[in-house]
Write a protein that binds this ligand. Structure first.
Ligand SMILES: NC(=O)c1ccc[n+]([C@@H]2O[C@H](COP(=O)([O-])OP(=O)(O)OC[C@H]3O[C@@H](n4cnc5c(N)ncnc54)[C@H](OP(=O)(O)O)[C@@H]3O)[C@@H](O)[C@H]2O)c1
Length: 252
């Protein structure tokens, strides 16, 4: 299937490793020009170089996107470099453990707040172009209980944010969707660390709550995101696409 993404401009937040890096690599492989964003210059540059080996144009943007003005700056620099923005993948997420005000503020902001600020910054250029795609990486934690309340609430809010954007921006030719991964295993990721710490617990989790009998991979998320980013998904907007292998519980 030709996705027709050649030359489209994308920004992927939180893209030096894991799901974000896989999404960036998949979009680059389809011919997108893209900006990728993370805080650590070394890993971000290495990821940009790895993706760029295929000949793709990849702009690494070092930024702490939770800092005031940084999400807007990342979008602005993407537009400045490439002349527009067609695809925004709000991948950055995570959380702080605990039930403190600080944990709630941080968790809501790193997931939802950054996505709102980046989207708000990208929408005028998308409206001017008469096209655009916004994708928010949520989680199965957005509708299944497990893990921290703040993370679950933030991920649920992201799903509703994408749906509301879809309603408001459809008339301008802009689509918005949420993609909700199940538990994804990759080197340096949280699940790898937990598996190393407690292999029996994780084996039990997989056996009981993952019908396919395994974790997902970042590439399995990236493939769905890449399709959604393309015009081949032209009628898909306001959706929450679970890419979770029918996972029954978000965490253990
Ligand atoms: N992994 C899973 O099993 C899973 C399951 C469901 C949903 N999700 C969702 O999928 C998304 C990606 O998850 P992941 O596990 O791939 O993430 P991850 O391993 O935590 O990677 C996060 C990426 O974001 C960057 N980053 C972290 N804080 C940042 C900040 N303040 N500003 C800019 N960049 C920042 C990191 O690089 P630096 O540290 O250098 O900044 C890294 O590139 C998240 O929204 C997560 O909630 C993940």
């Amino acid at each position: 299937m030709d996705l027709g993404l050649t030359g489209r401009v994308a920004l992927v937040t939180g893209a030096s490793r894991g799901i974000g890096a896989a999404i960036a690599a998949a979009l680059a492989a389809e011919g997108c020009r893209l900006a990728i964003c993370a805080r650590t210059a070394e890993t971000l540059t290495a990821t940009a170089e790895r993706i760029g080996v295929t000949g793709a144009t990849v702009l690494p943007l070092v930024a702490d996107l939770t800092a005031a003005g940084e999400a807007e700056r990342a979008v602005g620099e993407t537009i400045g470099r490439f002349g527009g923005i067609d695809i925004l993948v709000n991948n950055l997420g995570g959380g702080k453990a605990g039930d403190t005000d600080d944990a709630w503020d941080f968790t809501l902001d790193v997931n939802l707040g950054v996505a709102v600020r980046a989207s708000r910054a990208a929408i005028p250029a998308m409206k001017a172009a008469g096209r655009g795609v916004i994708i928010v990486i949520s989680s199965v934690s957005g509708w299944q209980v497990g893990g921290s309340a703040a993370y679950n609430v933030a991920k649920a809010a992201e799903i509703m944010y994408a749906r509301t954007l879809a309603k408001d921006l459809g008339p301008f030719g802009i689509r918005a969707n949420a993609v909700s991964p199940g538990s994804i295993l990759f080197p340096g990721g949280g699940w790898e660390r937990r598996q190393e710490r407690d292999p029996d617990l994780i084996a039990d989790f997989i056996g009981r709550d993952m019908p396919l009998g395994r974790f997902g991979t970042p590439e399995e998320i990236a493939d769905v995101v890449t399709f959604l980013a393309s015009d081949r998904a032209s009628l898909v907007t306001g959706a929450n696409i679970a890419v979770d292998g029918c996972q029954l519980k978000p965490s253990v």
